[in-house]
Every structure is written in C-alpha cells, then in structure tokens.
Write a new protein. Sequence first.
Length: 377
Amino acid sequence: MCNFDQYFPLGLASGEAFCDRVEIRKTILRNINSCRHTMLFSPRRYGKSSLAEKVMEESGLPCEKVDFFVAKDAKVIESHIVKSIRRLIGKVVSGPEQALHIIKDSLKHLRPKVEVGTAGLNIEFELTSPDVATNILDVLSALEQIIKKRNTKVIMFFDEFQQIGQLAKGMSIEGAIRHVAQETKNIAFIFSGSNRHLLATMFDDSNRPLYKLCDQMNVGRISEDDYSQFLNHVADKAWSQNLNKKVLAEIFLITERHPYYVNALCSKLWSFKTAPTKQDVRNTWEKYVLSERSRAITELDKLSATQYYLFKDIACGRTKDFRSREYLNKTGFLSSTVTQALNQLEKKDYIYRCNDEFLIIDPLIKSSLQYFSEDAI
C-alpha cells in the first residue's frame, strides 16, 4: 500500500508533493536568468523554502542555500556564508589542476588551501580581518571573480534572512551583500523570510543598504482550483475516485488553504480506507486541534490581556470596527489601546489586514479559540 504521507510533507515539499506556484516560479526563473534578485516573504510554513528550492532545481544552475534561522550572532552568519561559498566554488570548478589554478589565482588575498579527494574539492579560506562584514565581502567578491572567469551563473538562497536585520552588525553585513549584489552579472540572490515587518525595514527603508535591491514577491496561499486538482490526483491514487466537492470545500474552509495545515489535515485523511466525508474532515480537524492544544496555549500566552481579547474576538467573527464607540463602550478599552494592540498583533504575524478587515493567519490557533471556552484556554 502506498504511503501517502509523501504527498503531504510538513517540511520541504519536493517532487510530486510540490503543488502549483507555476506563475511565481516562472517569474523567479526570469529573475535568475537576468541576475535580478528576488525577495520572497510570507508567514512561516507557507512554503517559501520549498518554492525557492524547486526553482533552483528547475534552473539547473549551481546553487547553495544558507539558512539563518538559528544564526544568533555575526560570527555564525559569517561561518554559514563562508561554508556555502566554499561548497559553491567546488561545484563551479572541475578538474583538480583547473580548480587549483582558478582558485589560487582568484583568492590570493584569502590564502586558499585546496585539497582534492574522493569526496571532491575541499577549500579553506584564511579570513584575516576581525570584521565580519569585511570577510563576507571578501568571499562573495572572490566567488564573483571565479564564476565570471567560468562564464556561468550561480544562485545563493538566503533563508530566514530577517535574522541578520536583528544583529548589532546587521547593517554592515547587509552593506557587504549589497556591494556584490548590485554589481554582479553572475550571482542571482534569493532572499526569504517569515517576519514581514523586519524584512520591510531591511528592504524598504531608504536608509538601509538593501533598499530597492530586489523584486519583492508575496508567497500567498495556493488557489482552490490548483489544490483541487492536486488533491484529486492523490485521491485517485488512494481510492480511485475524486473527492466530493463538499469535502474539498470543507478542507479549504477549515485550513483556509494554509499550506502547512492542508498537509497536516490531509496526511490524516489519506490514512482512511475509503474517501473521507465532510464529517470525517470536521472530526479529523477537531482531533488535530485538540492534540495541538498545548502549542496553541503557548502562542496565546505570549499575548497581553488586550491583545488576547481582540484576537479572540477576531477568531469568533468580529473582524473590523474595533475603534467604534459601540465596541469601546462594550470592552472599556481606549481607542489608543486598541490601536496599539492591533498593531502588535499584526507586527508579530498573528493577524493581517485584508481591505478593512483583520484576519487571523494561523487557522489552528483560530480554531482553538473557537472550540475551547476562555476557561479551557
């Protein structure tokens, strides 16, 4: 019997598990071909990393991913970037004699050490500056020299890039990256991050080095039509039939087409021996929400009393008019208090604005607030 979990991964989606994103993939590929840099943003678990890795695979170019998620200081950032460039150089040059000549000629000031073994090239740099930004500039510039001589292109994917913006030396590192990125004809940079407000500060503030460097793309939720086609394809493999339209509608309603939660729910539904009903979808989601109750509590415990009250009201259906006289009289809140609380919820990516409404990003947290009473939470 087929293991259908492979179609619904909770981590990176690749191969047959990757769903749609056709147009945005085409745009990123065009950017890569013209060395126009790209910045992908969305809340966490929307599939940005899967999208970037899919595009890199489709490009056929040498590429490296640098994940800054757990990088908490400048030296760790430096180490991650240097290691990725070492690997990338090893992919670009071929043949021991050619490699030694090109690398030593291009990296004289870094005093490279090159060893050729059964596992390929092992390249070491001697970073002489105590300044992290200077070292990063040196190795990026060296990479540019090498691939320019090879007359090729490479891709560097910086994931969870907002971590750099939170460092004391973050702006100098941003400046080093810009110095190379604005001049290169050979390196296509893809930046990705899950904190939209930090990324906006880094890329939209005219006082920051990366201002207007990239083509910015919001990675949204996959459409109902594309999800329906994908889910029916997997349903046909499992039960030799398409899903009932009401079942599909219930999956989309409950998960709000949040990619992570579509996969979390469907991985359970595809364990059924027969195609699930609408009630099966509801029951399975409720069990899942109950099993994740502790995580919901952890997230909600981060909120102030006012933020929690507003968040709960949004979950239960009130999405606007929070500064109306009626609402302020009902809650006893000041208009300024409500404004501040809503701004903080939006800044922390608990909610987002859609026209004049506030909506919740995480459907599991929303369902938790709907299912459990205030005392239960």
